[in-house]
Design a protein around this ligand. Structure first.
Ligand code: ZN
Length: 491
């Protein structure tokens, strides 16, 4: 692997003389070892137990001369923050943001121990390889590289500016992202916003290569959908199971039904789950148009049809996407309603008179809580609505950062420098990250964890999936790109 590439666009990185190929080779080896160690530290949320990972990182940073602060505001829920100084002339800092927790890894579908950190067949295997201990390890590696340069210049990384840096670089790796981040980034934003205050943040999900019709696209996440979690109480009438009605939901006057709450809740779920009409947000418009112009014209024409409504859009989705991307793209183009939990019924001979249904609603930037409430009622329909009480349990604001400005330019230049044929594009995720917290204190947060995935690596399938893994080559590509972005933006 060579040193980070430079281009005419933006400010070029200025690695010190001490920062040679041997130093890069060492950094890559450390990165792989660092990720394997992190995977072996179980931080499954719940319960999280991120404190062990936070302390582990504290030692790694200390070893490079970087002081850090570990906090544990709730038992076991550890987060860590560290800062390297610039000379202060360049403006607000850059925040390298990540989370330490992972989702569970139920047995059955794994060919490697999800917490073994195996290195086999060119991959590091385990829960968190993609989401997102790989990025944690890359961010730590960048901090250690910068500290090494500082020491090589006869300075102390604990307080002296890093040679060539005009902005501070903040490293923050937090607890609890997988459960909403309340015990991690959310807590930090509330209690210590000054620890995180930055001109921009690099976070998870985006910056991962996707190959479409032979062209490598680099979606950089600038937006993410918000969410509304609704609890619905569906009412019916209790009765004897030997005397059911006509099988209808018992609403609207025509079906006499027996007001079976199971049938009503099922009907409510069916109506809610119908695919709604698309709405093209500015980010998705740029994403689709950028992708369409980058690929061969025939594929481009299909991509342009994706934003339409009805059968033409569905046919286009079928033509250009795998199943996982079809569902992802469909969800990026509309608000979605997914009825995910239903509790109804007591015993075999009792017609249930009450049920509880939970709906996971994901909203595009621009959709408000009032819009969701209106749409919910519309979908359920006026004849069923009197039998339903809907309560909004949780609201997560959709977020959107600008796909322009200095940090955007730096990210796209770094990608183009490292992959001259690659096409960086603004993109949106269908799920929420800790960006919803950092957005509250005005930090534009980008999903940019650069990984050069191969054609066989189905990023979306690996996320929270069986046999989660990341290739050594993907990480080897990513580290210099991340370093390049930090150097250019802060240099
Ligand atoms: Zn994640």
């Amino acid at each position: 692997m060579t040193a980070p590439a430079t281009t005419g666009g933006g400010r070029a990185p200025r690695p010190s003389a001490a920062f040679d190929h041997a130093a890069w080779a060492r950094a890559h080896d450390e990165l792989i070892a660092g990720l394997r160690d992190l995977i072996r530290i179980r931080t499954v949320n719940p319960p999280g137990d991120e404190i062990r990972a936070a302390r582990h990182l504290k030692a790694l940073l200390a070893d490079a001369g970087i002081p850090s602060t570990v906090v544990e505001p709730f038992p076991g829920r550890g987060s860590i923050v560290a800062r390297l100084r610039g000379d202060g002339t360049g403006g607000a800092p850059l925040l390298l943001l990540s989370h330490l927790d992972v989702v569970p890894a139920p047995g059955g579908g794994w060919t490697h121990d999800p917490f073994g950190g195996d290195l086999a067949d060119g991959y590091v295997w385990g829960r968190g390889a993609i989401d997102m201990k790989g990025m944690v390890a890359m961010e730590v590696a960048v901090m250690r590289l910068l500290a090494a340069e500082t020491r090589a210049a006869g300075r102390d990384p604990a307080g002296d500016p890093v040679p060539g840096l005009t902005r501070d670089v903040i490293f923050a790796s937090t607890a609890d992202e997988e459960a909403g981040g309340v015990h991690g980034a959310g807590w930090m934003v509330e209690e210590h916003p000054d620890w995180l205050a930055a001109a921009g943040a690099l976070n998870e999900c985006g910056g991962v290569a996707v190959i479409v019709a032979g062209t490598r696209l680099w979606p950089i996440q600038v937006a993410e959908k918000g969410f509304a979690i609704y609890d619905l109480e569906v009412r019916g009438r209790w009765g004897h199971g030997s005397m059911p009605g006509d099988g209808g939901p018992g609403a609207g006057g025509t079906a006499d039904g027996d007001a079976n709450a199971l049938l009503r809740a099922g009907e409510v779920a069916r109506r809610l789950a119908a695919s709604g009409s698309p709405r093209l947000t500015p980010v998705m418009e740029r994403f689709l148009e950028g992708a369409a112009s980058a690929v061969p014209p025939e594929t481009g024409a299909w991509i342009r049809r994706l934003a339409g409504d009805g059968p033409a859009a569905e046919a286009a989705l079928g033509a250009v996407c795998t199943d996982a991307y079809r569902r992802a793209l469909r969800s990026m183009l509309r608000d979605t309603f997914s009825p995910d939990v239903l509790h109804v019924g007591t015993r075999h001979n009792v017609i249930p008179g009450a049920g509880a249904l939970t709906v996971d609603i994901r909203v595009l930037p621009g959709t408000t809580p009032d819009d969701v409430a209106r749409e919910l009622r519309e979908r359920i329909g006026e004849e069923l609505w009197p039998h339903v009480t809907a309560t909004l349990r949780l609201w997560g604001q959709p977020v959107e950062a600008r796909a322009e400005g200095e940090l955007w330019d730096v990210m796209t230049s770094a990608i183009r420098a490292a992959d001259p044929g690659g096409v960086p594009l603004p993109a949106m995720s269908t799920w929420a990250t800790d960006a919803k917290h950092t957005a509250k204190i005005g930090i534009p947060t980008y999903g940019f964890s650069p990984l050069l995935l191969g054609p066989d690596d189905q990023f979306l399938a690996l996320f929270h999936g069986d046999d989660e893994r990341v290739s050594v080559e993907a990480l080897r590509f990513g580290l210099p790109v991340l370093y390049d972005v930090v150097r250019r933006f802060c240099g």
